[in-house]
Design a protein around this ligand. Structure first.
Ligand code: ATP
Length: 472
């Protein structure tokens, strides 16, 4: 919860949801324009949002009714990619670590949690009204001027709580109020004792969780960068109090490396440490992993040293002891917490922006998403050279052979060149082409997205060849 000290989200109020499929445009990369919101970068934003709509990554929600307030639906490719982003996070944060376990806490939650955590009192953004055009804005993002009409006749800023309130059950009164969680973090703090006793973990250990969060943002912006419904990936890492600083530094480096490992170029990422004035009162250190978004550097993830603030707050409010007794030393202490808090939907957008490329193959322009193979929606596309039997039957048997291994697509429409381009555009790392020769030699061609190189592989050895190239 860093509402009072958030790094700048996009100040542009461009609505990227209104996309029209446009023709390909040749983009010449100018590195000086990176992170400065230059024209190359704004073109890139348009290209990526167009691609997402045209190819089924992300659709504006309720589009047939004219859309619904900056909400988005993840289409057939988007759902695969978002799952891959979360899977990559879970693998690195839970699967590969012996001291971290996962949970999946409820989204509907009692006001008691949010009262204790401080969200009811202060999870708010400063809201101003423009007296001229009556639009409402987040005061800290507009520099005193209404982005809609340019007027500086604004009301005094007042706090606007971002939590979505609802009622549980058929009766609507004070006693039935509940909130949709605005972050996944509190579900982990309130389960601290449950997890510690059931798993017998001792500090340093972590609880990880990913899932939907909801914030009634005053101005959702930047496509899926800031939406009211989004997905988070957060981890609470409980450490002995005197080890807080060391683990904070450790997690800053780990989290930065995660994005680099998954293909974002180092120069498009930076770690920005918050100044002492920016720090929230409970934080002993906060840093943001920032990405060079088309409008400039902006937050992908926050890493905070939250000290013992959260466990103490919940312990005090609930009357339940939330501490750790070290049997070896006879010492009892409240662990300090290091929290790497990332957005899954925001990270997916950064991966798409970083992967978008255009190049030329044999004099022909192509669009290619150079996604890491772990993030690509489909790993393999099976493409028969012709729609005629018995080729189709063989192609379907190759597909059935590969489906248990990886997500595959099958495409038998239009020319093979067009089909390669379609797969390049959605980032499919490999195409497997079944041709007439395959009927004779029981072999197929594997084509690589990035190099466009092709190799002939016996169908009997195809599983192994695919596994080597696209599995971990
Ligand atoms: P911001 O300053 O962008 O409002 P924050 O500092 O309030 O973000 P945190 O509360 O630290 O964000 O949330 C952790 C992460 O969750 C953010 O780094 C971001 O990736 C993601 N996130 C937060 N709010 C949103 C949102 N409205 N839409 C999409 N992702 C979000």
């Amino acid at each position: 919860m860093d509402k009072d000290l958030s790094a700048s989200p996009p100040s542009s109020s461009v609505d990227f949801s209104d996309e029209v499929a446009t023709g390909k445009r040749s983009l010449s990369r100018n590195d000086d324009e990176l992170a400065t919101g230059g024209s190359y970068e704004m073109d890139l934003m348009e290209q990526v949002t167009n691609l997402c709509k045209r190819r089924g990554f992300i659709f504006p929600s309720a589009e047939i009714y004219g859309g619904f307030r900056s909400t988005y639906d993840y289409g057939p490719l988007g759902v695969l990619m978002l799952r891959n982003v979360k899977e990559a996070w879970w693998r690195s944060m839970v699967q590969l670590r012996e001291e971290v376990v996962g949970i999946d806490a409820a989204i509907l939650s009692t006001p008691k949690i949010w009262e204790a955590s401080g969200h009811l009192a202060s999870f708010s953004d400063p809201l101003v009204d423009c007296r001229n055009c009556h639009e409402r804005w987040r005061a800290d993002k507009i520099g005193g001027v209404c982005p809609s009409c340019g007027s500086s006749d604004l009301t005094e800023a007042r706090p606007f709580n971002l939590m979505f309130k609802t009622h549980v059950g058929p009766v609507e009164n004070e006693g039935t109020v509940a909130y949709l969680r605005p972050e996944t973090a509190q579900g982990m703090f309130v389960n601290f004792a449950n997890v510690m006793t059931t798993t017998r973990k001792k500090p340093p250990f972590g609880i990880a969780q990913m899932g939907k969060s909801f914030r009634n943002e005053i101005t959702p912006q930047g496509y899926v960068f800031r939406t009211r419904e989004f997905e988070q990936m957060e981890m609470e890492y409980f450490v002995p109090p005197n080890e807080g600083r060391r683990w904070f530094e450790y997690w800053c480096e780990e989290r930065l490396s995660w994005y680099i490992d998954l293909g974002i170029p180092r120069e498009k990422l930076r770690l920005r440490h918050h100044s002492p004035e920016e720090l929230s009162h409970y934080s002993a250190g906060t840093a943001d992993v920032e990405f060079a978004f088309p409008w400039g550097w902006d937050e992908l993830e926050g890493i905070a040293n939250r000290t013992d603030y959260d466990l103490n707050a919940h312990s005090k409010a609930s009357g339940v002891r939330l501490d750790y007794f070290d049997q070896a030393t006879g010492e009892r202490y409240t662990p300090h917490v290091i929290e790497p808090a990332a957005g899954a939907t925001r990270a997916m957008m950064a991966f798409l922006l970083a992967a978008y490329d255009e190049d030329e193959i044999n004099g022909e322009k192509r669009t290619v998403l150079r996604l890491d193979k772990r993030l690509a929606p489909y790993k393999v596309a099976v493409l028969p050279l012709s729609k005629k039997e018995p080729l189709l039957q063989l192609a379907h048997s190759v597909l059935a052979q590969l489906q248990p291994l990886v997500m595959c697509e099958y495409d038998d429409t239009q020319s093979i060149g067009r089909r390669y381009r379609r797969q390049d555009e959605i980032g499919t790392p490999l195409c497997v082409t079944v041709d007439f020769q395959s009927l004779e030699d029981r072999a197929v061609t594997i084509r690589d997205r990035d190099t466009t190189e092709q190799v002939r592989v016996p169908i009997a050895e195809l599983d192994q060849a695919i596994q080597q190239r696209v599995c971990l």
